[in-house]
Design a binder for this molecule. Structure first.
Ligand SMILES: [Zn+2]
Length: 263
């Protein structure tokens, strides 16, 4: 009986907010490919299905536009979607970019500066980046080496955050104003990390803490909603309408503590 009640309540919870479009949604993608790596690859077919759904139901804006309005005119961007990719996989160029162009969506790709042209064909080349930067795709920094910043010395953190910006700005001949913390849960960066990002003159930083961003969002710890391999279309839609915002419990100090004790 209890079990039936719990299932019913859960079902009600998941279904109640079909039209909930409050908050800025920033999506995190990684690889868009048919070669599935655990957790973080979305097939091009599924990706297009998702973009098609977004086109019909939401407005897509650039990260720069979102950050600009977050503090000044939140209502204008509430319910909008920002599309981001972490790590700079070359399949972003081959598989995601043509679809983003087809739907006329802007997006931001966070690059690891050491990965550009350094890992065979796995990561984006400079010429691919340069082509995309002139066609609605902006680029941010995802450090030099993708090491977890909370585990490094202050000196190393400064190098990862500042030098990656300098290298990317010189390679792209363009200002780099956004940053994304590697891995990006609250355990992977700390208050000092955030201060360094600010000092290095970034305009914003994305975490991978789960959730939407409200009026009082910290623009140096923006929340994102990660789209994962195992998300079917039903789950994708629920993630967008906020029905799964409960997943943000993973980012509470309590849960992180539990994780440390048990894993
Ligand atoms: Zn990453």
């Amino acid at each position: 009986m209890v079990c039936i009640f719990a299932t019913y309540t859960g079902y009600q919870y998941i279904n109640r907010s079909k039209t909930n479009k409050k908050g800025l949604i920033i999506l995190t993608y990684h690889s868009i490919s048919n070669e599935i790596e655990p957790d973080e690859t979305v097939t091009p077919e599924e990706f297009e299905r998702q973009l098609h759904y977004i086109k019909k139901n939401y407005k897509v804006i650039s990260l720069e536009e979102a950050v600009g309005y977050l503090k000044t005119d939140f209502e204008k961007i509430s319910g909008s979607i920002v599309i981001t990719f972490d790590d700079g996989y070359s399949d972003n160029y081959h598989n995601a970019y043509p679809l983003l162009k087809k739907y006329n969506f802007p997006a931001t790709i966070f690059l690891v500066s050491d990965f550009i042209e350094n890992n065979g064909n796995k990561y984006l080349s400079l010429s691919q980046v340069n082509e995309m930067k002139n066609n609605n795709i902006s680029f941010g920094s995802h450090t030099i080496s993708h090491r977890i910043l909370a585990r490094l010395t202050n000196e190393e953190v400064v190098k990862e955050i500042k030098d990656s910006k300098d290298v990317l700005e010189s390679k792209l001949s363009k200002k780099i104003s956004s940053f994304a913390y590697p891995i990006g849960t609250r355990a992977d960066f700390n208050d000092e990390t955030m201060e360094i990002v600010k000092t290095c003159k970034y305009a914003c930083a994305c975490s991978n803490m789960y959730g939407m961003n409200g009026k009082n969002a910290d623009i140096f710890a923006l929340k994102r909603i990660g789209i994962e391999t195992t998300d079917n279309f039903f789950i994708f839609k629920k993630k967008l309408n906020g029905a799964l915002n409960i997943l943000s419990f993973k980012d509470t100090k309590f849960f992180q503590k539990l994780k440390r004790i048990f894993f």
